[in-house]
Structures are given as structure tokens and as C-alpha cells.
Ligand binder design. Structure first.
Ligand code: H76
Length: 477
């Protein structure tokens, strides 16, 4: 009886494994030939992208006309995202658009903004050149709905690009395809007249993008938004050609996965599940939980301080993230091979709100001591532990433990993925050596002094071979 049971288990195991193999083959064969799908398999290997990969921490700027009402209309504070106020609140187009006459940010100081970002430790910034409302922060030749027609009159993007570049921070230009101001914009194309209107809109979009890349040649990439409507999703060929044109104009240009759809309307990942663009751009206000979630791709996560406010909202409601929470998100992002991008929503007058300045300063204080565990680091290939996050230097054999939760025992486990050969462990701040106890062939315990740490801290592990992260990552590609 016992043998019979064993036999049955064995047979079903064999059948199951054969079935799975057959399924895999079928999956491979099922690859459809696509004209406008992904044009590259696997990560980019050029220097521009390698630098991007090493940024670790970035800043997002949402600034536009919506910053003037700051979430309030006719004395009523509105709950949704401040930059969407026109849409949710049913404000007539002409009423909203006339905010242009109030755009006069007398306290706008690009050097101060760049200083705040630099002090926080940001290595790149993504700036809204045009959000969904269509208002352009640069004097575009192709519409009159720009800073040029506001009382401010001057370009905003140029001075920002210069100031951030001077501070050593790379700039990515945010651009919304959806444009509530342009007469040719449609959510879908159903009639001949829609189609004529949208053709005009496509030309306008192409002109604006080429204009931006020409005016701001140091910009490293484009961060697209507002690409989810049917009208745009149907433009696989046009968008693909435009992407090619932009890349030709600016070799090395970085474009995320949110720009175009393939000919079957698949976004981010094409019909063969391959990432379109240089990095996955789908991590908005959420982080992956495990390395399998990122499928071996580059990615960045953009995050708001309150629950969901990008543009300036006077009355932040709900949970406001603390600097320690944001530092933890940064550590988690880097531990899974991504960058963390924190959003700022400057006020209508051009100043940055005190809460954001304070957070930036606190994150910056932490980064000044611990940035070695964030910059140029990657997934370490080690099993996640409850005390925090592992990162690994991309250039050396150092592995970092970013500790957020100290166990009562004072001993932190390291379960080695490969046999990395730890030679020593010490606190990054102050370099105090820690005792390392080998528990078994694959597990070590790092004993830390039980001083009440108030801040997350970093332990450096010097290793002979690194952690074998590369092999682990390749498994997921
Ligand atoms: C939805 C949406 C938009 N995407 C975020 C990055 C914000 O710009 C928000 O308004």
C-alpha cells in the first residue's frame, strides 16, 4: 500500500513536470511577431543608463497652474489630487485656463530648489514641463497656453535645467500626452472629425517633444504620463516612429515604459510580455515587494508625501509620510534594483512648502552619512530579513545592511545566497567592528551593540566574492 502511494506520487510528479515543460515550449512558440513591440530584450548597457541605475534617489517636481488654487476652489477645499482640480471639480475650461493670468511666481528661485534637492541627496529630478491641463512651463512655439503669455512671461524649464545641472543633478522632463487645453485632444477616436482633430494633435505633440529636446539638450530623458486613453493607445505606429526620431536626435535618451502601446494596444509590456522602453514606469505610489516583481528590469518608483497629492495642496490630509518612512522606501527600492523618486509640489508663488523642506533636510542628513548604501547599489541576491534591507555595491564586493528594525536579541541574520565569504562587518557610521558568528554553512549572525538607535543605520559587510547577485538577477531576465 505504502509503495503504491509512493508510486502514484512519483508518476504524478513526472507527468506534472512534463506538462510544465510542454507549457513552457508552447509559451515560447506563442511569441507573436510585432512591429511596434519592444525593440530590445534585457537591460540597456550604455553609460547613460548605467548612471541612471546608480542614482538611487531622485526628486519629482509637479508645478503648474494648479498650484495657484492649491486644491481650493470657491472657498471649498477639494479632496482629490490638486493637479486634477479642473477635471474632478467640473471647472469650465475657460475659467480654469484663465489661471494663466495669475501665474506670477515672484518667489521662484531655481537655485534654491536645486539646493534643496542636492542637500536631500537626489541625483536626478523629473520636472513637469506640461501636465494634463496643457499649460506649458516653457514658451512653446506651438500653443499660446504657456508661461510666455502669463504675467511671469519667462521660461521656467530653462532656468531649472541649468540650476539642477549646476548642482550636479540630471534632469528628466515630465510630459503629459493627454492635454485638456488642446482642441485636437480626444479620449477616443470614433468619427471622421475626431480623427482629423487627433491628427492635428499628434503633429502638435511631436512638435512639442522635438522642441523640448532641442531647447534642453542636457535633459537625460522623458517621463511620460497621460498615455492611457484609447485615442493614444491606437497610435502604435506613430508613437514608435516618434520614439525613434527622438532617440536619433538625442542618442542615449531615456524613455520609460509609459510612452507607447504596441499594435495590439498593450502598454508597458508588449503582447509578448517584453518591457517597452528603457525602464518600467508603472511603480506609481507603490513599491514592489520581491525581486520577482521587477522581472529583471530597470524601474523607478514615484511617490507622494501625503496619500495622493502631486501638485501643491494647501491642506494635506490623511497620513503624511515621515522622513524615516521615506528613507525606508528608498532603501527598499534600491534593494530591489530600482530608484526612488520623491515628489515635491511647489506653491503658486514659486516657494517650496516648509513640510517638504523639512523632509528633504531630514532625508539629506541621513543620506550624508549613509549614501554609500544607496548610490550605485543594487539587489544583493540575499534572502530578505525582517531587520531591513540588503543592498550591494555595483562596483565593489561590499554588501550593505540597512537596518530599520533591531531585534530584541541584538543579532541580525544574514542568509547568504551565494557563498560570499564575509571577512568583516562594521557600522558605516564610526566604523565600529561587529562580531560575526557563523551559524551554519549559509547563515551568519551579526551581533550589534544594543544602543537604542533612533534612526535607521547601515552595516557594511566586506566580502570576498560579493553576494552573487548578478547570477540571481540574470535568472529573472
Ligand atoms: C493619474 C495621474 C498623474 N500621474 C502622476 C505622476 C501625477 O502627475 C498624477 O496627476
Amino acid at each position: 500500500m505504502k509503495n503504491r502511494k509512493l508510486f502514484l506520487i512519483l508518476i504524478s510528479a513526472i507527468l506534472c513536470s512534463q506538462f510544465c515543460q510542454a507549457q513552457q515550449v508552447e509559451h515560447q512558440q506563442a511569441a507573436i511577431s510585432l512591429k511596434h513591440g519592444a525593440h530590445r530584450i534585457g537591460k540597456r548597457t550604455d553609460e547613460v543608463m548605467q548612471k541612471w541605475r546608480g542614482y538611487g534617489l531622485g526628486q519629482f517636481i509637479h508645478w503648474g497652474l494648479y498650484a495657484i488654487p492649491g486644491g481650493e476652489w470657491n472657498g471649498k477645499q477639494y479632496d482629490g489630487a490638486a493637479e486634477w482640480i479642473r477635471s474632478w471639480n467640473g471647472i469650465p475650461k475657460s475659467t480654469y485656463d484663465s489661471l494663466i493670468y495669475k501665474f506670477n511666481p515672484v518667489n521662484f528661485n531655481p537655485e534654491e530648489w536645486a539646493g534643496i534637492a542636492k542637500n536631500m541627496g537626489a541625483k536626478y529630478v523629473t520636472i513637469t514641463t506640461k501636465h494634463h491641463d496643457g499649460f506649458c512651463l516653457w514658451p512653446s512655439k506651438y500653443t499660446s497656453y504657456t508661461v510666455a503669455k502669463s504675467p511671469w512671461k519667462k521660461d521656467v524649464i530653462g532656468p531649472l535645467v541649468d540650476a539642477y545641472n549646476k548642482a550636479g543633478i540630471d534632469v528628466i522632463l515630465y510630459f503629459s500626452i493627454m492635454d485638456w487645453n488642446h482642441p485636437g485632444w480626444r479620449y477616443d477616436i470614433k468619427t471622421k472629425s475626431d480623427s482629423i482633430a487627433f491628427e492635428g494633435f499628434k503633429k502638435f505633440t511631436r512638435n512639442q517633444l522635438i522642441e523640448l529636446l532641442t531647447r534642453y539638450p542636457t535633459a537625460k530623458g522623458l517621463w511620460f504620463d497621460g498615455t492611457w486613453d484609447k485615442s493614444w493607445v491606437k497610435q502604435a505606429e506613430f508613437a514608435d516612429e516618434l520614439e525613434t526620431e527622438m532617440r536619433k536626435l538625442r542618442p542615449g535618451l531615456i524613455i520609460g515604459s509609459r510612452f507607447r502601446a504596441d499594435e495590439f494596444g498593450k502598454r508597458h509590456f508588449d503582447s509578448n510580455h517584453m518591457l517597452m522602453g528603457d525602464y518600467e514606469q508603472g511603480w506609481e505610489r507603490k513599491l514592489p515587494n520581491k525581486i520577482e516583481d521587477v522581472h529583471g528590469n530597470d524601474w523607478d518608483c514615484v511617490m507622494t508625501v501625503p496619500e495622493n497629492q502631486w501638485g501643491y495642496n494647501k491642506a494635506w490630509k490623511g497620513h503624511i509620510k515621515t522622513s524615516n518612512e521615506l528613507i525606508e522606501m528608498t532603501a527598499k527600492a534600491v534593494s530591489l534594483g530600482g530608484n526612488f523618486v520623491l515628489n515635491f509640489g511647489p506653491k503658486g508663488d514659486g516657494s517650496i512648502r516648509e513640510e517638504e523642506k523639512k523632509l528633504a533636510a531630514e532625508i539629506g542628513d541621513w543620506m550624508k552619512v549613509n549614501n554609500e548604501a544607496i548610490y550605485n547599489c543594487e539587489y544583493a541576491g540575499l534572502e530578505k530579513q525582517d531587520w531591513g534591507y540588503f543592498t550591494k555595491s555595483r562596483n565593489t564586493n561590499k554588501v550593505y545592511m540597512i537596518v530599520f528594525n533591531v531585534p530584541v536579541s541584538g543579532s541580525l541574520l544574514v542568509k547568504q545566497g551565494g557563498h560570499m565569504g564575509i571577512t568583516q562587518g562594521y557600522l558605516l557610521e564610526g566604523k565600529k567592528q561587529l562580531s560575526i558568528e557563523k551559524i551554519d554553512g549559509s547563515t551568519s549572525a551579526i551581533h550589534i551593540p544594543t544602543v537604542g538607535q533612533k534612526q535607521p543605520f547601515v552595516i557594511v559587510l566586506e566580502t570576498e566574492k560579493g553576494s552573487g547577485a548578478k547570477e540571481d538577477i540574470n535568472k529573472h531576465i
